[in-house]
Design a protein around this ligand. Structure first.
Ligand SMILES: [Zn+2]
Length: 424
């Protein structure tokens, strides 16, 4: 009856402690007596016993500890080289773990799959944060790293930088790079830093077959990621993410607006200044403005931009956006070359010329979008999931914790394997 209640196999229950509605402690020992020496097979003798306390799943809603009266064995054969060893039963718990096996698997699903916080689960099981986090790493890393089928071949790969923590008195930012299958929106891995080093070595660890299968590589307009793809996947067509291209054009427009504001009025924009009032409407897509808003923008520009610099930037931004309405690859090439030539004209404001230079530098990557419409869109969706993980955890200090939580939540691990994986 006791065995049924505690649901552990082949054990003798030695005793149970715990007052009404207080935490419970169950003492047990393994029933098996005929343990052989792993070296020579001679029937082992018990040397001593020690008690190992393990965090278990709550019993009847009460936090539960099971205390395993573990035997230490020795081999009676004097010639046997085997030293003493401790009893092992991985159906109960793995060696050196602080939680029972069933609790370890349960908490991995609670935190990794359902996105609960470590602190919350620790409270439910009545133990400290580190015990739970340690178990999560052991089971979680096994689930995401030991399953070679977690992700298959990838046609389009995306890199994206994410902030994972602000740390220290100066809130120093630590970045990481997400490696995403942009076709399926699966987070493949997270590596530290936003330089080319870690993503390159990650890619180099894949098989040749896997790397050859990557035909497209999406990136924001960042030099390091370009270097990653050029070195590790030279055959993949690089695609600059349209969102980032348009974002850059909007940034240039903003810069120009602030510069003209300063030059004209000698102070930063405030709510009565025409350029400041136009700031939101300017960065909106022109076709989303109704007639009234359009009139308003033009009026504000006439009032705040007598030399037409902001207007030029506005038109440049709209021209960049128009690039994405061009129907095919060849036309896009013609369009962007003309745009680059035009923006190079010395009569334009510095911001337009700077935008033109960036377009020139990234010309091939920008129009490559017209060959295959891959974008970092799915990467942003993954970002949303990872942000949720970060919020639940109130940020991460250790990269390893961040990585496993992000991969469990956004990396689509095969949760059917949770019941059978061997933890680390
Ligand atoms: Zn032996």
């Amino acid at each position: 009856m006791c065995e049924i209640l505690v649901d552990l196999l082949d054990v003798n229950i030695k005793g149970v402690e715990g007052a009404h509605r207080q935490p419970v402690t169950v003492h047990f020992e393994c029933r098996r007596v005929d343990v052989g020496c792993p070296e020579c097979g001679v029937l082992a003798r018990v040397k001593d016993r020690n008690r190992v306390s393990l965090v278990d799943l709550p019993m009847n809603g009460r936090p539960t500890r099971v205390v395993w009266h573990k035997r230490r064995f020795f081999c009676p054969d004097a010639d046997c080289p085997k030293n003493s060893w401790s009893e092992v039963d991985t159906r109960i718990a793995f060696p050196r773990h602080l939680v029972t096996d069933r609790a370890g698997r349960w908490l991995t699903a609670q935190i990794g799959k359902y996105g609960r916080s470590v602190a919350e689960v620790a409270e439910e099981l009545g133990c400290d944060w580190h015990t739970i986090n340690d178990a999560l790493l052991r089971y979680g890393e096994a689930l995401v790293d030991d399953d070679e089928h977690r992700f298959g071949l990838v046609e389009a790969l995306g890199l994206d930088e994410t902030l994972f923590v602000r740390e220290g008195p100066y809130r120093r930012q630590h970045f990481s790079t997400q490696i995403v299958d942009v076709g399926s929106g699966q987070l493949l891995d997270v590596v530290p830093g936003r330089d080319s080093h870690a993503p390159t070595s990650w890619l180099m660890k894949r098989t040749c077959d896997w790397r050859f299968h990557v035909s497209y590589a999406t990136l924001d307009l960042s030099g390091p990621y370009r270097k990653v793809f050029t070195e590790a996947l030279p055959w993949a067509i690089q695609i600059a993410d349209p969102f980032h291209v348009v974002k850059l054009a909007n940034q240039k427009l903003d810069e120009c607006r602030r510069r003209v504001q300063q030059e004209l009025f000698g102070h930063r924009g405030h709510k009565l200044d025409p350029l400041y009032r136009a700031r939101r409407l300017l960065t909106m897509a022109a076709e989303r403005l109704n007639e009234k808003s359009h009139e308003k923008v033009m009026g504000l520009l006439r009032a705040g931009d007598p030399r037409g610099a902001v207007t030029a930037c506005y038109n440049a931004k709209e021209a960049v956006r128009e690039l994405y309405t061009v129907p095919d690859y060849e036309l896009a090439g013609v369009f962007i070359d003309e745009l680059i030539r035009d923006m190079n004209d010395p009569s334009w404001p510095v911001e337009v010329r700077s935008l033109g230079r960036t377009l020139k530098r990234w010309r091939d990557q920008i129009i490559a979008w017209h060959q295959a419409h891959f974008s970092n869109g799915p990467t942003e969706a993954v970002n949303g999931l990872v942000k949720r993980v970060k919020r639940v955890a109130f940020g991460f200090r250790r990269f390893r914790n961040y990585r496993v939580r992000a991969l469990l939540y956004a990396g689509k691990p095969n949760w059917d394997l949770l019941a059978t994986i061997a933890p680390r």
